[in-house]
Design a protein around this ligand. Structure first.
Ligand SMILES: [Fe+2]
Length: 548
């Protein structure tokens, strides 16, 4: 947490004030709520004689209320004896002391008339001091004229009020500084996280980052996220738990606590600070947390789960309202993010569903090629994965495989299903399908990166393919991958003009054509793939065709 500077220290004011008062010949008396008096700072024998006496204490007790309620308003206790309260309850409340227990500080001024007063003689009696001896011992430098005493009391009153005002303003400044520090933490955390809130990346990574950043900022032993929803897209979400590197906790135990906390929180929507987590009555909780900060995650009134963390690392410091505000902000950002993840999942599955429907429609033009696009997509994905491409690219290769033959929509069914050899004209028609497919997808922004696979899956490594006769590495990567998977499936499945080749022969053919039709590096990886999922799919499609 950012350090807040300028914490007001009321004792610094009274310390400076006491020093000035001593220089002016006044003493400072601390008076508590019972009327007990004590001289503090520099004082003279004369001050001690009076303050330590019963008549003085009795007079102070009778004025207690006024003393505690009025900063700077001077009062005469008896002739020649003036008190100026400097630090009252109001000031102490602002300074953060516990009201009702802190003593009041008052300046004590002695005037010329004090020695002649009846009260002074009572002081001497009470202190068992001879009045004459006391008067002769009295340092007349300690005494002021009425006028001097009145003027000084007035000045001290102003100083006390100014000091109280300054203390109050410093306290306000401190509050503001604390609030600003909190807002800064909040903004910088949210900014940092907002740059990582990308819905098409795995939500686990983002939630883990959010959890780790937040634990660090608030200074918690551990912080976890527990989701309660079973919406699609959430069920496989591994819920992160971030623990301080110094601590060792059973992470499974923390997750279990999360599930019980969801129940305990009921339908709450605001963060809850539990200084003593035992009040929840969750068995075994004390092993993990003494205090808890729990922030419900919800969207459109629907609970999504909880953000919950335990114990501040700074020994002795509890959760503050700044911590709870920070958690509430992160909680609402996480809720929005999770809502977007749900929406994205929804849209994404609709998008994939549409592509599957499209590929099925194309393949349905010819019962022999049923399932062809799905199988090409499957093998292309496996090849891309084995070639070490990143997960996003692997997914795009898969989608490109699903739609690679979309251009066949423009090829007459009679040509596609013709048993036996095609005429040159018919073959020319078939050869148009990569470009037709690319044109169809051109208008769809989200599918631009799939086009190279569609357009170039019939190119050949030696430059003898179509539609452009590209060779070697000039053929885009998606085209080289899809071309291999496409040819493999064509050889492995039944066609109108021939029976499927056995797998070992197909793989021999792939090896033979490596460096001729196929990218040799990809062909080398391809022949080592696991073909079980592919064979299962062939079986599935075969059964479907039989039952149709
Ligand atoms: Fe094709």
């Amino acid at each position: 947490m950012t350090q807040v500077i300028g914490h007001p220290d009321p004792s610094a004011f009274s310390g400076r004030l006491r020093q000035r008062l001593a220089e002016l010949g006044a003493a400072v008396v601390s008076i508590n709520h019972n009327g007990q008096c004590k001289l503090i700072g520099p004082y003279r024998w004369e001050h001690e004689l009076i303050v330590g006496s019963a008549p003085f204490v009795a007079a102070v007790r009778s004025l207690r209320k006024e003393l505690f309620d009025s900063t700077g308003r001077w009062m005469n206790l008896w002739p020649g004896l003036t008190l100026v309260p400097m630090h009252t309850t109001a000031t102490r409340e602002h300074a953060g002391n516990h009201p009702g227990t802190a003593p009041v500080l008052a300046a004590l001024l002695l005037g010329e008339k004090v020695l002649d007063s009846e009260q002074f003689s009572r002081v001497c009696d009470a202190r068992e001091t001879d009045l004459r001896a006391a008067i002769s011992k009295f340092d007349t430098d300690a005494l002021m004229s009425d006028h001097e005493s009145e003027r000084l009391a007035q000045v001290i009153g102003w100083m006390a009020r100014d000091a109280a005002d300054l203390g109050w303003r410093l306290h306000e400044l401190h509050d503001l500084s604390w609030e600003l520090a909190g807002s800064y933490e909040e903004l910088s955390l949210l900014y940092k996280l907002s740059t990582s809130m990308v819905v098409d990346h795995p939500p686990q990574d983002f939630l883990e980052q959010a959890c780790a950043e937040m634990r660090e900022v608030v200074g918690l032993r551990w912080l976890a996220i527990q989701l309660s929803t079973t919406e699609p897209g959430f069920e496989d979400l591994s819920v992160p738990v971030c623990v301080d590197s110094q601590s060792s906790y059973d992470l499974v135990g923390i997750r279990k606590i999360g599930l019980q906390l969801i129940e305990a929180m009921g339908g709450r929507t605001e963060p809850v600070i539990l200084d003593d987590a035992r009040v929840l009555g969750i068995p075994g909780l004390e092993k993990f947390a003494h205090s808890l900060l729990v922030t419900p995650l919800h969207v459109d009134g629907k609970p999504l789960g909880l953000l919950y963390g335990a114990d501040k690392i700074d020994a002795g410091s509890g959760f503050s309202t700044v911590d709870s505000k920070l958690c509430a902000s992160l909680g609402s950002s996480l809720s929005i993010y999770l809502k977007n993840v749900l929406l994205y999942e929804d849209m994404h599955s609709m998008f994939i569903g549409t592509l599957h429907a499209l590929s099925t429609t194309i393949d349905a033009k010819d019962s022999y090629t049923q399932g062809h696009s799905e199988r090409v997509a499957l093998m292309s994905r496996q090849l891309a994965e084995a070639a070490g491409l990143d997960s996003h690219t692997v997914q795009r290769v898969y989608l490109s495989g699903l739609v690679h033959d979309v251009g066949k929509i423009g090829v007459p069914e009679a040509v596609l299903t013709k048993p036996g050899k095609l005429t040159k004209e018919e073959y020319d028609l078939v050869k148009m399908h990569p470009e037709t497919g690319a044109r169809i997808l051109e208008g769809i922004r989200q599918m631009q990166d799939l086009i190279p696979g569609v357009l170039h899956h019939h190119e050949s490594w030696d430059g003898r393919g179509y539609p452009f006769g590209l060779a070697g590495m000039d053929i885009p990567l998606f085209g080289r991958i899809l071309g291999l998977a496409d040819a493999f499936d064509a050889m492995s499945s039944d066609r109108t003009y021939r029976q499927a080749m056995p797998m070992h022969k197909v793989l021999d053919e792939v090896r033979r054509c490596s460096g001729k039709q196929f990218d040799p590096e990809l062909a080398d990886i391809f022949v080592k793939l696991d073909f079980t999922p592919y064979l299962n799919m062939i079986e599935e499609h075969h059964n479907l065709r039989k039952s149709a």
